[in-house]
Design a binder for this molecule. Structure first.
Ligand SMILES: [Zn+2]
Length: 259
C-alpha cells in the first residue's frame, strides 16, 4: 500500500507537471467516494486552475482556484498515470492537453472534494517527541497499531512503521502506555529519519505492492530496509514475528535490537 513517501513522490511529479494549468474535463466513470460529494461538486471543478498539489497523510489534494479541492487516496495498489483510460480507470482528469488517469483494479482507492482530517504530519513541525508521547502514552494498544492510526500521526503504514520501530529499538507489540519519554523521543526521530530517507529515494517498490510513480519510475527504499520482508537484521540477528498480528498484519522485529 502506498504510504507517505510514495504519495509524496506522486505529489511532486503531479505538481511539477500540472501546476498553473486549467482542468478541461473530469470524468469519474467508476467512482468510490470516501465521502460522497454533492451532485454537481465534481462537475463544478472543470475550468478551475490547479494552483498546487498537496499531500495530507496518504491523501493527494489538488488545490484548485476558487478555494476548491479534489482529493484522491490511492488505496492498496492504485496508480496515477499520464495517459488514457483503461478498464480499471476510476477517475480521469484532463488538464490543457494532458490526461491524468487513476487506475485501481482492487478498488480501495477513494475520490472526494472535502479535505480529510488527520493527526500531525510526521515530517512537519507539529510532530514532536512530546506530541507523540501524549498521543500514545494513554493507550493500551500495540505501539505499531498506534503509529498506523492516522489520527496519531498521518501517513505511516506497515513498511515505515516497522522500519521506524526497528531504528528506535522499540518492539512493535509494546503497549503505547509502556513507552518512556526517551523511547518516544527516539521513535519520533526515527520516524522522521526513515520517512525523510524514503522520500529522497522515491519511496519503496516491493514485489507485492508494485508501486510506480506517474512516470513509471520505481522507488529504491526497498534496498535500504532493515527489517521489513527480511530474515535477519542489519546486525545479523534472526528476526521474529509478533505472536499476534498487529492491525491485521504480521509484524517483524529483532528480539535483540528491539526492547
Ligand atoms: Zn538485531
Amino acid at each position: 500500500m502506498p504510504e507517505l513517501p510514495e504519495v509524496e513522490t506522486v505529489r511532486r511529479t503531479l505538481e511539477e507537471r500540472l501546476k498553473g494549468l486549467k482542468i478541461t474535463a473530469l470524468d469519474v466513470p467508476k467512482p468510490t467516494f470516501y465521502r460522497k460529494p454533492p451532485k454537481k461538486a465534481l462537475g463544478g471543478l472543470v475550468g478551475r486552475a490547479v494552483e498546487g498539489v498537496d499531500r495530507r497523510g496518504k491523501y493527494l489534494i489538488f488545490r484548485l482556484s476558487g478555494g476548491r479541492h479534489l482529493v484522491l487516496h490511492l488505496g492498496m495498489s492504485g496508480r496515477i498515470v499520464f495517459g488514457e483510460r483503461g478498464p480499471h480507470t476510476r477517475f480521469q482528469l484532463s488538464v490543457e492537453g494532458r490526461t491524468v488517469s487513476f487506475h485501481d483494479a482492487r478498488r480501495f482507492g477513494r475520490v472526494g472534494c472535502d479535505l480529510p482530517e488527520f493527526g500531525p504530519e510526521p515530517l512537519g513541525p507539529d510532530f514532536t517527541a512530546d506530541a507523540l508521547y501524549r498521543a500514545v502514552h494513554p493507550r493500551r494498544a500495540p505501539v505499531k497499531a498506534l503509529l498506523m492510526d492516522q489520527a496519531v500521526v498521518a501517513g505511516l503504514g506497515n513498511i515505515y512503521a516497522t522500519e521506524a520501530l526497528y531504528a528506535a529499538g522499540v518492539r512493535p507489540g509494546r503497549r503505547g502506555s509502556s513507552l518512556s519519554r526517551e523511547e518516544s523521543r527516539r521513535l519520533c526521530a526515527s520516524i522522521k529519519a526513515v520517512l525523510g530517507l524514503a522520500v529522497s529515494l522515491g519511496g519503496s517498490t516491493l514485489e507485492d505492492s508494485a508501486y510506480l510513480d506517474p512516470l513509471g519510475r520505481a522507488g529504491s527504499f526497498q534496498e535500504r530496509v532493515a527489517v521489513y520482508g527480511r530474515e535477519i537484521c542489519p546486525r545479523g540477528h534472526a528476526l521474529r514475528a509478533t505472536r499476534r498480528p498487529i492491525a491485521g498484519r504480521t509484524s517483524l522485529y529483532c528480539p535483540v535490537c528491539q526492547k
